[in-house]
Design a protein around this ligand. Structure first.
Ligand SMILES: [Zn+2]
Length: 507
């Protein structure tokens, strides 16, 4: 065999990365993807090779003389609503066009999220995998690396030779996990391993508040997966938490095992993991704090700042960053000294016309829909205006340094709040967001941060306390408040008496 392998293996690198919140009001259109989210060829290397992202792990293959690693196309967009048919077909057409123009290939590597939903293709990732498989034929080795929030479907697994997902949340191992897929795919193409994949999809949705891999019960499941990985013939094990905000059949937690030519072992491994997750299912239910109680507690606290996490408007999960549920409650309760950001380009424009130092009365927030509250009327003084660019060399979620919030206005209201109005949706993941508009986060009594895990990097070191709120919105922790039409039934925790018996498919 080695005699025939005189040429390097040709490896195509492609990506399509979107976490689609089907409850979110803003669709993922082609225009939004094309606004900076598409990269091709050397541009992919420039953007990603030195990052810690999935593509970086694939591109590490370029260092090997035995591999010709060819970056083709990568499409990426922030989490938001469902992908339009136009966007999906155009972008997937680009992927397939690049594959056929630059082939033939020995290996195709796909960087996917795993929770992409297109309007006409609910299992968008599965559809991409199966189209790529049809395009390259059965002999080419296909590897896919997914986000840990993937809703993994049988269609996704059926089209791949190798597939894995991150094992950390917050995600810090994307690059390493992608490198694992790349190495296994190359080994399979050389004939030194024969990957066999198994998937288990228990009818189980887990709450965003219970997804941290440093905390029980995820810590325990990941430790079990790592222990099982040490067995002979195990090539890779994944524990995918799933993305509960995608109303699709495959929504939920799932487990993937890849073995070297041992399908029975792969089935046993995923059945064991699924059984353990099922046993702990009650521990995966999350409950956020009541908004009024948390606000009253935070306002009366002797230590500051108290950071209230607006879980229902978690921008990293696809929400619009303009929810007013907490601000409206603070007004109603007479609570003062709140920092609160809102995406509201109209309000920013009104403040800009009014000018720094002027007084203004206007409505702010809840521009997208009533799920995120109603516009709140505030009166205050415009304290600061800028173009929304700021830099944070300190600790931030995902390691981001440069931020662009669009035009901003800081309003100090008559009832003592600081409301930061932005033109783009922004989660609150950086202390520099506040210092760049002249605020000292340490002196504020209550900071409302839109997010669940993402604000922690910045705020944990200075917060007297961090409280996760049970707020409404398209990323609410209260899954029972979301109206599903396409998920499986019965499913835990929606139907609490759901039964499940994890069983290997083969003996
Ligand atoms: Zn994720």
């Amino acid at each position: 065999m080695s005699a025939t392998r005189s040429r390097p293996l040709r490896v195509a690198v492609l990506g399509f990365h979107h976490e689609s919140n089907t409850f979110a009001p803003v669709p993922a259109t082609l225009e939004r993807f094309l606004d900076g989210g598409l990269s091709e060829g050397v541009e992919m290397v420039r953007r990603y090779a030195t990052s810690q992202a999935t593509l970086a792990g694939f591109l590490e293959l370029a260092a090997s003389e035995a591999v010709e690693c060819v970056p083709l196309v990568h499409a990426d967009l922030n989490p938001m609503g469902t992908i339009t048919e136009e966007a999906f077909e155009h972008l997937v057409g680009k992927l397939l066009g690049a594959l056929s123009e630059n082939g033939p290939w020995d290996v195709v590597l796909l960087a996917l999220h795993g929770a992409a939903v297109a309007a006409h293709q609910p299992d968008a990732d599965g559809e991409i995998i199966s189209r790529v498989r049809r395009a390259v034929g059965p002999a080419v080795v296909l590897g896919a690396a997914l986000d840990m929030h993937a809703n993994i479907s049988p269609k996704m697994v059926a089209g791949c030779d190798v597939l894995n997902a991150y094992l950390t949340n917050p995600h810090v191992d994307a690059r390493a996990r992608a490198r694992e897929v790349a190495d296994l795919a190359v080994a399979a193409a050389r004939g030194s391993i024969k990957p066999k994949i198994a998937l288990a999809t228990p009818p189980l949705a887990i709450d965003i508040l219970r997804q941290g891999t440093d905390d029980w019960p995820m810590r325990h499941l990941i430790a079990l997966a790592r222990r099982l990985s040490e067995q002979e013939r195990i090539l890779s094990i994944s524990v995918a938490e799933g993305f509960p905000y995608a109303d699709v059949e495959e929504m939920g937690m799932s487990f993937v095992a890849v073995t070297d030519d041992d399908p029975g072992l792969a089935e046993h491994i995923v059945a064991e993991l699924a059984g353990e997750a099922w046993r702990l299912r009650d521990d995966f239910i999350g409950t956020g704090a009541d908004v009024d109680e948390a606000l009253l507690h935070a306002a009366a606290s002797g230590a500051r700042p108290v950071v209230l996490l607006d879980v229902g408007d978690n921008v990293g999960g696809g929400s619009p960053a303009d929810s007013t549920h907490v601000l409206a409650a603070a007004q109603r309760l007479g609570i003062r000294n709140l920092f609160h950001s809102l995406c509201d380009p109209d309000a920013v424009r009104a403040c800009r016309s009014s000018g720094v130092g002027s007084s203004i009365t206007l409505q702010v927030g809840a521009r997208t829909d009533a799920l995120h509250g109603h516009p709140v009327t505030v009166t205050g003084r415009v304290r600061h205006l800028d173009d929304g660019r700021f830099e944070d060399a300190g600790v931030t979620h995902g390691g981001f340094r440069f931020f662009a919030a669009g035009d901003r206005a800081l309003l100090e209201t008559d009832d003592g709040h600081h409301i930061l109005l932005t033109s783009r949706p922004m989660g609150n993941t950086s202390l520099a967001e506040l210092t760049s508009v002249g605020l000292d986060p340490a002196t504020l009594q209550v900071i409302v941060a839109k997010g669940v895990h993402s604000p922690r990097g910045a705020y944990q070191p200075i917060a007297a306390e961090m409280i996760q709120l049970n707020t409404g919105g398209c990323t609410t922790a209260d899954l029972s408040s979301l109206r599903y039409h396409r998920r499986r039934t019965p499913m835990f925790p929606f139907e609490p008496s759901t039964a499940y018996e994890p069983r290997p498919h083969v003996g």
